[in-house]
Design a protein around this ligand. Structure first.
Ligand code: ATP
Length: 348
């Protein structure tokens, strides 16, 4: 069953449209990452879902029921804010119990639920501590436990891990994902970190300028980007000017090749198009083969080796696994080809 549905959801602030005509369905139990650059409308969309903003147009439905006009506390959505918004004057247990307290749930019920949640987020025994007596990761867990206190229908988190250092952040990504899988709760996490989105999500929603650019699994978004924005925003892509000839030949910087049946051609034949190729799909060849280029930079990244190539001022990036390292040095002239089936052509 489709749990959460948005229909034409739009939010305007004066003349600025922060969220524009968002229509999508999120199946029950899905882990969704809302991904996009700063200012693209992610937080506004999350706040609309939580009921903290009211839409200019459109509807929010949960299990077929219209929630658009329902007050935030009646939606039964859990929320974790970017700032965490924990109360310093309350203990850990009181913080976690807060959503139950304001809903007037009996003290005994709240106490039992807090114990369960402390156990769930691995903070058992720390219920009496104050917030300032906790580490960053522990505070994060308190905020997550508080968001889950009411056993929400939908769990919303706004950049929940952004304040943590890289190691703890990766650890918490796994922890959050495991917790979500155990509970099966539909979860929507706002992030501007594509790696975070690709590691955690079942479904990634890529936004730009208030509009949804693509919805798909991490693999679909990475392998089959809907447009040049998504290709450039997710991972690294070489975006090269190209021409698509009638009959399916592609010309890029003077190099012509037949498109493969598995290449994704998303434009009509014409000039001024964009060829998108991932660095791992760029092949170095002998000079004279493919596109001519010079190696201007080589960097050993540990798990891969990066080559920066120059063709008449146009950079092209190639990535090789250390085991497949080609016998090529800085300053060498090389040929460059692109793996058949891995090439995407977009309108500019
Ligand atoms: P970030 O990653 O930087 O938090 P975001 O993708 O979450 O960005 P939003 O916070 O949703 O972006 O903002 C989208 C646009 O709406 C921005 O241009 C922002 O300035 C504007 N905006 C957000 N809230 C308001 C408001 N209350 N009044 C006016 N404009 C707002």
């Amino acid at each position: 069953m489709t749990e959460l549905s948005l229909r034409g959801l739009t939010k305007r602030f004066g003349r600025l449209t922060a969220v524009e005509d968002v229509t999508l369905d999120i199946p029950d139990g899905t882990f969704v990452c809302l991904l996009g650059p700063s200012g693209c409308g992610k937080t506004t969309l999350l706040r609309l879902l939580a009921g903290l903003e009211s839409p200019s147009e459109g509807r929010i439905m949960v299990a077929g029921e219209d929630q658009t006009a329902v007050m935030p506390e009646k939606r039964d959505f859990g929320m974790v804010f970017q700032s965490l918004a924990l109360f310093p004057h309350l203990s850990v247990a009181e913080n976690i119990a807060y959503p139950l307290t304001i809903r007037g749930r009996p003290k005994s019920e709240a106490r039992k639920r807090v114990e369960e949640l402390l156990d769930l987020v691995q903070l058992s025994g720390l219920g009496d501590r104050r917030i300032h007596q906790l580490s960053g990761g522990q505070r994060q867990r308190v905020a997550i436990a508080r968001g889950l206190a009411i056993d929400p229908r939908v769990f919303l988190l706004d950049e929940p891990l952004s304040a943590l250092d890289a190691n703890l952040r990766e650890h918490m990504q796994v922890e959050l994902r495991q917790l979500q899988q155990r509970l099966g709760v539909t979860t929507i996490v706002v992030t501007h970190d594509q790696k975070e989105a690709l590691t955690m999500a079942d479904m990634v929603i890529v936004m730009d300028e208030g509009r949804v650019q693509q919805i798909g699994s991490p693999m679909e978004i990475y392998r089959d980007p809907a447009n040049a924005f998504v290709a450039g925003f997710i991972g690294t892509s070489n975006l090269l000017p190209c021409t698509l000839e009638a009959g399916g030949r592609i010309e890029v910087l003077g190099y012509r090749f037949e498109a493969d049946a598995a290449d994704r051609i998303k434009a009509e034949p014409g000039t001024g198009l964009i060829l998108s190729v991932r660095p791992e799909d760029v092949q170095l060849a002998a000079p004279g083969e493919g596109l001519s280029a010079k190696v201007i930079f080589i960097r050993d990244l540990g798990e891969s080796i990066q080559y920066v190539l120059d063709h008449d001022g146009q950079d092209i990036i190639a990535l090789y696994a250390p085991s497949a390292r080609p016998d090529i040095d800085l300053g060498d002239d090389v040929g460059v080809t692109f793996s058949p089936g891995k090439r995407v052509v977009f309108p500019a």
